[in-house]
Design a protein around this ligand. Structure first.
Ligand code: AMP
Length: 306
């Protein structure tokens, strides 16, 4: 990584931009807008300028581009190439905490080499959203040292690209994984031990996502339990982790602070934004979400926890 002098305000995210086919007990969608970088951006936009780096194929609809632009997301880093957009097909049973992957078609991501522009290279905050760890590592080679680097991943990459992921984690400040992933990755079956093992590999902040049970937020020696917002209606948990990450890192980028208290406040925002996302399929709810609704639900949530 190159040394940065001051850095560019805002947040750069590199990750999947997808067409998702999803079935939950409450409905289904075919080739709907999704992807880790997309959910992340739509959540983080409430806090700071978000710049998305990714690739789509010629089947990616102009209306998806128009929506993301309308939401204020900087798409100068979104490449469009010949071929098909990344496609994920998944389903959920009554256990909404676990997605069952039926198909992962990398398509244009198979040969993707991110081309970072000055504003990405010098970004103060970087999110390596869920995508092949090799792509995440390539980005790390090109950026100037940001203030915070956060990284997400999933079982698919833990199993198929473990070595690359280990390389990435060495340079990362914040790691987000769900509880079964961190256990699988570290080989530890108790969360506290798994977090300790993960911290030894690089990250000093670890977020353990626990679906409807919320998240554990470990910050050095301190830790916080964040219950999820209790919802009267949930439709599709896809993107919950990414939108949590968007609210979380977006808030950190906005505040510019690095204290454990700020990390805790950021996790509250992550929890609250994610709760909106799971109330609809695709980006339907997040795209309509207003700052006012976000603030109101945050205040109700804070009253609901001890
Ligand atoms: P989440 O529910 O927050 O873990 O993320 C859901 C999003 O991740 C979906 O929109 C998918 O398109 C995307 N996704 C699924 N599998 C992968 C993968 N192997 N690499 C990158 N993105 C993926």
């Amino acid at each position: 990584m190159k040394q940065s002098k001051r850095g560019v305000q805002g947040l750069t995210v590199v990750g999947s931009v997808a067409l998702d086919t999803i079935k939950t007990p409450y409905g289904q969608v075919e080739r709907a807008l999704g992807g880790s970088a997309v959910y992340f951006s739509c959540a983080a936009r409430f806090f700071t300028q978000v710049r998305l780096v990714g690739v789509v194929g010629d089947d990616f609809l102009n209306q998806h581009v128009a929506l993301l632009e309308k939401l204020g997301i900087d798409l100068t880093g979104l490449e469009r190439v010949k071929g098909k957009t990344f496609h994920w097909k998944g389903r959920y049973t009554d256990n909404l905490n676990e997605a069952i992957t039926e198909k992962t078609e990398l398509n244009v991501f198979a040969n993707f080499v991110p081309k970072l522009l000055k504003q990405h290279v010098e970004s103060q905050y970087l999110f390596l959203a869920n995508i092949h760890p090799k792509i995440q590592y390539q980005v790390l080679q090109d950026v100037a040292r940001p203030k915070w680097i956060a990284c997400d991943t999933m079982n698919f990459w833990i199993q198929s690209a473990r070595k690359d992921l280990l390389q990435v984690l060495k340079h990362v400040d914040i790691s987000l994984m769900n509880d079964s992933e961190i256990k699988m990755f570290t080989g530890e079956h108790q969360i506290a031990k798994a977090v300790k093992a993960l911290m030894k590999l690089g990250p000093k902040i670890v977020i353990v996502k626990r679906g409807e049970y919320g998240a554990w937020c470990f910050c050095g020696k301190k830790y916080y339990a964040m219950p999820a917002v209790l919802l009267s209606e949930l439709k599709d948990p896809t993107g919950a982790g990414d939108s949590f990450a968007g609210g979380f890192l977006g808030y950190l980028a906005k505040s510019g602070k690095t204290s454990a208290e700020t990390v805790k406040d950021a996790a509250v925002y992550g929890t609250v934004v994610a709760s909106f996302n799971v109330q609809s399929f695709s980006l339907d709810r997040l795209a309509l979400l207003t700052q006012r609704e976000l603030i109101k639900r945050r205040s109700d949530y804070l009253k609901s926890i001890l």
